[in-house]
Design a protein around this ligand. Structure first.
Ligand code: C5P
Length: 237
């Protein structure tokens, strides 16, 4: 389970990141850097995490023209990211070009290609929010599955989606397609702005490959204890 929990380092405070990663070093293998952590640490984070035996998910959710995203993904690959995501809504060509760029960069640097993920619909958006924001009559789950199939066709390894959508994605994309789920809330944690959520155990039972947890660990009085409780819950699932 240690390989399947990703802790979101959602802070731009370098000292807090130092403290958190040191505190969680033995318990957690994967850390996620979004814009906040990336702005604090920059690309020096990659060798630093690596030397401590950790893996890094670069959650910068790229969404731009194919040429730009290809360069972004190639650069992150070269620096040693282990997992990178982009918005599937950026389109088939954007995702295909990104995949080719990651292949090239990994080959040139003689390193394994990072896991590439498409972000489907953010877990903070519910059905009403989806229809309002996207002007779509389609059901949210149908759009998630559509984007997952597009990501698969483009050669990505998987998607970021809500744990509530694992089953329809599996049906459409098969067992080998990775599903990474944020929107995880243990019974004892605050929901915050997340909407399409489950507990860690339920996400594992539904078949998530990785779960992403931020605030329930970062905002806990004792983050190490919180991470341990989440891992125990995952193991017991
Ligand atoms: O604090 P919390 O557990 O809600 O953090 C979830 C993390 O996952 C955040 O860093 C958020 O940016 C990220 N994320 C998400 N939904 C997505 C993709 C990433 O919540 N679809």
């Amino acid at each position: 389970m240690k390989n399947r929990l990703i802790v979101a380092l959602d802070t731009d405070d370098g000292e807090e990141i130092d403290w958190l990663s040191a505190t969680l070093a033995e318990t957690v293998r994967w850390f996620k850097m979004g814009f906040q952590a990336f702005s604090a640490l920059g690309v020096e984070a990659f060798p630093w995490f690596k030397q401590n035996g950790h893996k890094v998910f670069v959650d910068l959710k790229f969404h731009d023209i194919p040429n730009t995203v290809a360069r972004d993904v190639g650069m992150m690959t070269k620096h040693g990211a282990n997992m990178i995501n982009m918005h599937a809504a950026g389109g088939l060509e954007m995702m295909q070009t990104a995949r080719n760029s990651a292949d090239d960069a990994a080959y040139k640097a003689d390193i394994p290609r990072p896991i590439l993920l498409g972000v489907t619909i953010l877990t903070s958006i519910d059905e009403t929010g989806f229809q309002r924001n996207f002007g779509s009559e389609r059901q949210l789950t149908k759009q998630v599955v559509y984007l997952a199939q597009l990501a698969q066709e483009a050669g990505l390894d998987g998607v970021v989606a809500s744990p509530l959508e694992i089953e329809p994605i599996r049906k459409a994309c098969g067992d080998r397609f990775l599903i990474v789920t944020p929107g995880i809330r243990p019974e004892w944690a605050e929901t915050g702005d997340q909407r399409r959520i489950t507990t860690p155990a339920e996400a594992i039972n539904r078949g998530a490959d990785y779960i992403v947890v931020g605030r329930p660990i970062l905002e806990a009085d004792d983050p190490l204890e919180a991470a341990g409780m989440i891992l125990d819950e995952m193991r017991g699932a």
